[in-house]
Design a binder for this molecule. Sequence first.
Ligand code: 5AD
Length: 433
Amino acid sequence: MCYAIPGKVKQILDRKVIVDYFGEERKAHNEIADLHIGDYIYAQGGFVIKKVPPSEAEEILSTWKEMFFELQQIDVRLSQVGLEKVRLDKKISRILDRATQGFPPSKDEMKYLFYCNDNSQLDIIFKTANFLRQKYHKNACCVHGILEISNYCKQECLYCGISKNNKHVKRYRMRGNEIVDAAYEAIEKYGFKALVLQSGEDTAYSIEELVEVIGEIKRRAPVLIFISFGEVGIEGLQKLYDAGARGLLLRFETSNPELYKKTHPGCNLETRLLHIRKAYEMGYLILTGGLIGLPDQTLDDVIDDIYLAKELHAEMYSFGPFIPHPDTPLGHIEPIIELDMLKILAGARLIDPENGKVLITTAFETLSPNARRKGLLSGGSSVMLNVTPISYREKYDIYPNRAYRSEVIQNQIDETIDLLRSLGRAPTDLGIK
Ligand code: 5AD
């Protein structure tokens, strides 16, 4: 199974190419020197990842073609809003109407939507988000892999199970060749086209070592690499970009500077945001968002979070519930409920219908058993599968009982493909429009 469909290059415009997928045209950035019109390629996150030999591409396309249109039909059917049975609140109705006409809700309007606690009204809000997802993204669902390379961390974030203050956690650090081998396996054996490399803020890796690892992965196999090593410094970001990383997963965690300070001793929001902004200027795809349910976080904070992610040019919105870890200072705090998380996914979709992918996070899946299905039907368009070797994965204990902490990669893939098929989604990333 592959996680992208081959496309055919139709036009080359400097470093952008126009790619055809069953009659749909998308743009992608190209960094491959000898690319020609008529070549088949894989693209991820709007980047051309590799050329595909024509015979291989044509074979894959012929098996996909029928299924692709079938899936699209299922998706279209599931994304109808179906207003007939509900007497929608007038104000909600107006907000949603305007959102579908291309006028995203204001913060006050978003707050009004979030105040809603009536299930049938909420259902329409979620369905409208799903309608918008379908309208702009069709049935594409992004499936990335995440490889957690080390759980050492110099930071003391109050909520996090791998904070340096947690003396109970068993630490691990993958060596360079282990990282490259695990990434290679995810790409070549399991077909991932995009990988996130993540760790705590582990000072034992130098930027030069990480540069080496990224370079080696890219030399061995074609892939879109996202880095998620925390705050590596602006210079570090540039060096990692030059080594071939093209995405940054760095949450700002909360848009409230005071709350940020309280929950991240010794750190500040400004530095965090500077990393994200500079990374965007360098050309990184930005995956960002926050933690929902921190103590003293208000509804206004949460709404500000969603708009901040948009302002930061989120390619992907990554919002997850805070889950209490018993060995942290916030171990006693109750997490939010499923509906609140669905509101946030839908909210992100409503304000950014066209550009953003909306991730169903593992934390949400840990909080609630049907999160993935419900999230994908409420504006979500993306999932991440964990490709960390299992012996390490269990130690990446940012919060307890993480979903998929002991599930082999193939099972995660099979489960994901089954779910996506039932929803009419194709595990593909057709790139930017
Ligand atoms: N619950 C949920 N998410 C958490 N993270 C860290 N600790 C927790 C927790 N207790 C998230 C942070 C970080 C990401 C890697 O993990 O948001 O950005």
